[in-house]
Design a binder for this molecule. Structure first.
Ligand code: UT7
Length: 332
């Protein structure tokens, strides 16, 4: 019997038009371009400003971009996994709405939340469905409207995050291309360091929680940084080791774009040359679930059939991990 592997066969993306630059942030909080650039690598980020538009708006655009580029019929999609930390609403799955809006009338859909690792975990989910032979077309979307949960008076968080969306299609492959190995981790120790206190079941919304600004992201940046550096580097080095990959075998590092220094530390640990490390954090900041597919979309031209890609992510929870995937196509 031929082994089925799960390959990415198409990519799509969307970022909002509005650009929030470091220079504009300087006028909003006590910060400066030099600090943001040297500490994070970020120059600007995109924000979805239009009232009444949520994460689904960007997810639909990214999915439609993929559908038109890959020229697929949305009715053929079996499943949509919506990786997001900022669903349109706490109840009523965002993925289900997206599926209906893009005409994926034969698909079922659900949301997956694992903070900044949502897309990485989603890759694991999507691949498992394909490898099992159960489904033939799984659309994985990573989208977040981080501006809806960020306090733009808090300089520790507002300089980091941005909005965006990306989508990939997983399909069966019979040449051994696609997902090869995964190493996914989580540790509840992280809950205190990166969170939103209110709005959930522990602390439901009230006038008091709003007044205390408890519906915004809180991050103990220094602690998260420490865990992120060692976590992402460890799993990336381990996945190389257990697949007998040397630095020369790896073509591309696709790492979560949270901080350029974290990406560099991971690349150093893997002993990768700079040109193998895909980076777009300077343009979008940290778009949470969208960072990995936005990299694939921005650098799709460079990726060649058979290339070895190492994905890595780290996020709140904590959640983190690495995936080794063989790229399956050359862009037409
Ligand atoms: O994607 C999910 C996972 N998240 C991450 O991976 C993020 C991990 N953390 C980070 O990327 C970094 O910790 C930050 C970028 C958030 C902060 O960088 P840092 O080098 O860890 O800075 P820090 O928090 O240690 O602050 C250093 C100094 C402090 O001043 P003092 O106490 O040394 O006088 C801060 O008050 O920088 C100050 N500071 C700022 N200054 C100018 C903090 N934020 C700012 C700012 N502009 N925006």
């Amino acid at each position: 019997m031929t082994t089925i592997t799960a390959a990415i066969t198409a990519v799509g993306a969307y970022v909002p038009e509005f650009v929030l630059s470091n220079q504009v942030l300087e006028t909003m909080v006590d910060t400066n371009d030099e600090w943001i650039t040297t500490r994070t690598g970020i120059k600007e980020r995109r924000l979805l400003k239009e009232k009444g538009k949520g994460t689904s708006f960007m997810a639909i655009k990214a999915a439609q971009d993929l559908i038109s580029k890959a020229n697929i019929n949305p009715e053929e999609i079996d499943l949509i996994i919506m990786a997001t930390t900022t669903p349109d609403m706490p109840v009523a799955s965002t993925g289900v709405y997206v599926a209906s809006q893009i005409g994926a009338t034969n698909a079922f859909a659900y949301d997956l939340q694992a903070a900044c690792s949502s897309f990485l975990y989603g890759m694991s989910n999507a691949a498992a469905y394909i490898q099992s032979g159960r489904y033939k077309k799984v659309l994985l979307i990573g989208a977040d409207k981080m501006s809806s949960i960020i306090d733009y008076t808090d300089r520790a968080t507002c300089i980091i995050f941005g909005d965006g969306a990306g989508a990939v299609l997983f399909e069966p492959n019979y040449e051994g291309l696609g997902l090869q190995d995964e190493l996914l981790k989580s540790d509840g120790i992280g809950r205190e360091y990166l969170k939103i206190d209110a709005g959930g079941s522990i602390l439901p919304p009230s006038i008091e929680t709003v007044e205390n600004r408890q519906h915004y992201v809180f991050q103990d940046g220094k602690t998260v940084f420490k865990y992120a550096v060692s976590g992402m580097a460890d799993v990336s080095a381990k996945i190389m080791e257990r697949n007998n990959l040397t630095k020369d075998d790896v073509n591309w590092l696709i790492a979560h774009q949270a901080n350029k220094r974290i990406i560099d530390a991971t690349a150093n640990r893997m002993e990768l040359d700079e040109e193998k490390v895909l980076v777009n954090i300077h343009r979008y900041g940290n778009t949470t679930s969208a960072t990995l597919p936005l990299l694939l979309s921005d650098f799709e031209d460079k990726l060649k059939k058979g290339d070895n890609l190492i994905f890595a992510a780290f996020g709140g929870g904590f959640t983190w991990g690495s995936i080794y995937l063989k790229w399956a196509y050359n862009k037409q």
